[in-house]
Design a protein around this ligand. Structure first.
Ligand code: SF4
Ligand code: SF4
Length: 442
């Protein structure tokens, strides 16, 4: 479409200083908010990821288009909406799950998760955020503290009276069970075990995200053993790091940028030596592929890290590694929405095919948990569960007990456990299962 038609000839977007670089919009947030052409694909109910909050509420204001419209009005200065300080805009963005579904499914690439993070970073400048932002946005810090005494942390988080009080204080839905701390972190396990690769094996760096490290270390162990079996030597970053994924949900972009700079400093040698970094959590890889270059477009190390960061499935597919077969097993697969929107799900699909599984990738959209979103009390919890009930929970409930439930995202695994009572596994655990089956000769 002709740009003047969309913008209107009298439209003069204000020059505002922003965090993200908006490369598709000449660096202009105002132009980005003017992308929506209004045809309403975000209001359909038929499948895909966009837009889970509309599918749950069926209200225009909770569709991508409604949000794009109010942001455009704020930037055009035509209405009464105060730039960055409007409660009306904050409320309109509140039920956006930041799933990035629109980034992929919207025909003109409206990227509401980025606009929401940008808006919130300005809206909260100079004023405190809700408690839940500090509780969930900084989960990497709290998880690190909790992991020093995991037994005590689990006791406090799972004893009804105490955990109820803690959830109320933190703004977390009382219905949500807190994730359980592993008794030993993944980094600790790997530190004691060390590498078992053959001498001279090529080197890869593994990103031990907060969720794998503190809560699901089995995913990390499986990934290490699969990579070693494929002939690679794995190392971890020398110090504990967090990509800051949950910070974006609350617009804590100054902190997010500081954490990214720390990552670039710590990994500088590996980055400049061209070492591939493998991520297990799709939403963390999305930070390196999407937010990092968008926040630091002129930083050469940021660009390198973004290019060198891959999923396990992308890495193994690129090296044409063939896993052993798990033929005969059925699987139901939930793909993470950041995975689909930023990386694409094709390499996971290829790996599932190579495993010989009889699998179905669900057209379930966002699982509904969406990082911290579904942990929040009130309307967000309700939207989260409605999103899960649309396709995911019924499909998991109707699958037989020996069907594998596969989900690479920590949020998706947590949501499946909460909403359908089944434990889901990461693709790395499925490949590991195939290795073990082969080793015992089945
Ligand atoms: S947000 Fe995208 S899909 Fe929705 S109306 Fe606008 S252009 Fe269409
Ligand atoms: S990020 Fe997800 S929830 Fe938010 S507007 Fe886009 S599709 Fe809807």
């Amino acid at each position: 479409m002709d740009e003047n038609l969309r913008l209107g000839t009298d439209y003069r977007p204000p020059e505002v200083k922003v965090h993200f670089s908006y490369p598709e919009d000449h660096g202009s947030f105002a132009h980005a908010t003017n992308r929506c052409v209004g045809v309403g694909k975000c209001r359909h109910m038929g499948g895909g990821t966009m837009c889970p909050s509309f599918m749950a509420t069926r209200e225009e204001e909770h569709a991508t288009r409604g949000r794009a419209r109010i942001l455009f009005e704020m930037m055009s200065g035509k209405g009464e909406i105060e730039l960055w300080k409007s409660d009306e805009v904050r409320r309109a963005l509140d039920l956006c799950l930041s799933c990035k579904g629109c980034k992929k499914d919207c025909p003109v690439g409206v990227d509401m998760a980025t606009y929401k993070a940008e808006f919130l970073s300005h809206y909260y400048r100079g004023k405190p955020r809700p408690r839940v932002a500090y509780a969930m946005g900084m989960i990497g810090r709290w998880a690190s503290l909790g992991s020093r005494a995991p037994g005590l942390a689990n006791f406090l988080l799972q004893t009804p009276g105490i955990s109820g009080a803690l959830k109320r204080m933190a703004g977390i839905a009382p219905e949500r069970a807190a994730p359980t701390f592993a008794h030993r972190t993944f980094r600790d396990w790997y530190g004691r075990r060390g590498s078992r690769a053959q001498p001279g094996s090529p080197h890869v760096l593994l990103w031990p995200d907060t969720f794998v490290n503190f809560f699901h270390p089995g995913v990390g162990k499986a990934t290490v053993e699969v990579l070693e079996r494929a002939g690679y030597r794995v190392t971890l970053p020398k110090r504990a790091l967090c990509c800051g994924r949950p910070l974006y949900d609350y617009g804590m972009l100054d902190t997010a940028e500081r954490w990214l700079h720390k990552i670039l400093r710590t990994l500088r040698n590996d980055i400049r030596n061209g070492v591939t970094m493998i991520a297990m959590e799709p939403s963390c890889l999305a930070v390196f592929r999407d937010e990092l270059p968008n926040l630091m477009p002129d930083d050469e190390d940021a660009k390198r890290l973004s290019r060198q960061s891959v999923l396990l499935s992308e890495f193994l597919e690129g090296r044409r590694w063939e896993p052993p077969q798990l033929a005969g097993r059925k699987a139901v697969v939930q793909s993470h929405c950041h995975h689909k929107a930023v990386m694409g799900f094709e390499s996971d699909q290829t790996m599932l095919e190579r495993l010989g599984l009889d699998f179905e990738v669900l057209d379930s959209g966002c699982c509904g948990l969406a990082g911290s979103f579904g942990f929040e009390a009130g309307e967000k919890y309700d939207v989260s569960m409605k999103a899960g009930e649309r396709v995911l929970f019924p499909k998991v409930r109707e699958s037989s007990p020996d069907t594998l439930i596969v989900a690479d995202g920590f949020s998706c695994r947590t949501q499946i456990e909460h909403g359908a009572g089944r434990r889901a596994v990461h693709l790395a655990e499925v490949v590991h299962m195939a290795l073990r089956a082969e080793a015992v000769g089945r």
